[in-house]
Write a protein that binds this ligand. Structure first.
Ligand code: SAM
Ligand code: ASE
Length: 369
């Protein structure tokens, strides 16, 4: 037999190898509506009652429910000799569709889209490209044409991406005091979930959601904001069209979709659109300084490989991109959790203007702005 350490190492290997089965248990339970049926029932239900309500087999339902109990997303109650199942606090909060903090749409997106791209991870590593052609038979030279390959896909993506901000949005936006910025533009703001959190946290701001025309139209139609006067929409392509005037531009999970070269182009356009003292707030899953963790950010980075043209980055990598685009005063807050915030400003004194004004080259260097 091997060394005493071997069995533990081997069981870790087994655990990793069957990780996909755990994902599929959650995906299936969400897809079937297990947590919703249990949330709607006045009391805990036995497996047969769940199977009847879901229209599923008794055998499959019992196996799925018992595995959910071990994963702590369901709890077991003894009742008249029968096993009765109910939601735990975890599933009531995050897995019941009607919960305000539900993450169901993201789980369904991971199940139906992300998972299928991950089936081609080895190929993605070989050719360094996303796997929409292999997974869905669509060309991916225009990234968001592939992501939004149908109206249904566009809606699923928009619903999925907004889930996280109902849980982490406030904390990420509170990482810096953004109250001095009155006009905020959320570039690639999608359904407006983060914009909504922003408007609720900063009572004095006006937020414009900037996104592709089809996304803005879907946001208007399916994610209603009419009740919120301080939120508006602007249709456009941030690589080509003029950017709306704003004091602060937010880029949440936008840069991670793109190559360094495309990020630099976008940041340079934002720098140009910014007035003196204006800012850009980057919100992303941040890698550790050495790029070797945390595991979730590394997995998300591989997810960007199979689904986009980008990667997750370290704070230093974002600093480098920001500096190259002309931003200064870069500050980073990890904001406890995966998503961190990086705030950068355009110098309050425009270099060119000072030079013209004073005719002294290097003036800014001397006064150290
Ligand atoms: N900021 C949102 C969030 O964090 O949930 C959405 C992030 S999503 C990964 C990227 C967003 O960028 C999508 O809403 C997409 O429609 C938008 N987008 C992609 N290319 C764009 C372009 N050329 N112009 C404007 N928006 C674009
Ligand atoms: C993108 C973000 C995501 C593009 C594709 C995506 C997410 C899932 N698929 O910009 C959300 C972030 N989560 C992960 C797993 O990366």
């Amino acid at each position: 037999m091997g060394s005493p350490g071997e069995p533990a190492a081997l069981s870790l290997l087994d655990e990793c190898a069957r990780g996909f089965m755990v994902s599929q248990v959650l995906f299936a339970a969400c897809e079937l509506g297990v947590f919703d049926v249990l949330a709607e029932a006045p009391q805990a239900l036995d497996a047969e009652a769940v199977a009847t309500r879901l229209g599923t087999s008794s055998r499959g339902t019992e196996l799925l429910l018992d595995t959910c109990v071990t994963l702590k997303v369901l709890r077991l109650e003894a009742g008249g000799g029968k096993a009765l199942y109910g939601n735990t606090e975890l599933s009531s909060t995050y897995l019941v569709r009607s919960s305000p903090r539900s993450q169901c749409n993201m789980l369904l997106y991971l199940a139906r889209t992300t998972y299928l791209c991950w089936a081609h991870l080895a190929q993605a590593v070989r050719d360094g490209k996303n796997q929409y052609p292999a997974a869905f038979g669509v060309p991916s030279d225009e990234l968001f044409t592939a992501i939004y390959r149908s109206e249904g896909e566009r809606l699923q993506f928009m619903r999925a991406l907004q889930d996280v901000w109902s849980v982490h949005g406030r904390r990420v936006l509170a990482a810096f005091d953004l109250s001095p910025f009155r006009r905020i533009c959320d570039l690639g703001g999608c359904s407006g979930a983060l914009a909504k959190e922003c408007a609720s946290l900063y009572a004095g701001c006006q937020v414009t959601i900037f996104d592709l025309p089809d996304v803005v139209q879907a946001a208007r139609k399916h994610f209603l904001f009419l009740e919120e006067e301080r939120i508006g929409f602007h249709e456009g392509d941030f690589f080509r069209d003029p950017l709306p005037d704003a004091d602060l531009y937010i880029l949440a999970r936008v840069l991670h979709d793109w190559s360094d070269e495309a990020c630099s182009r976008l940041l340079a356009r934002i720098h140009q659109a910014c007035g003196p003292g204006g800012g850009v707030l980057i919100v992303e899953a941040l890698l550790d300084a050495d790029g070797r963790g945390p595991l979730t950010a590394q997995l998300y980075s591989l997810n960007m490989l199979v689904q986009t043209e980008g990667r997750e980055r370290t704070p230093t990598q974002y600093r480098t991109l920001l500096a190259a685009a002309g931003f200064s005063d870069v500050r980073c807050q990890r904001a406890q959790g995966l998503y961190g915030a990086i705030l950068a400003r355009k110098s309050a004194f425009n270099n060119g203007e000072m030079v013209t004004l004073y005719g002294v080259e290097g003036f800014l260097g001397i006064v150290r702005y």
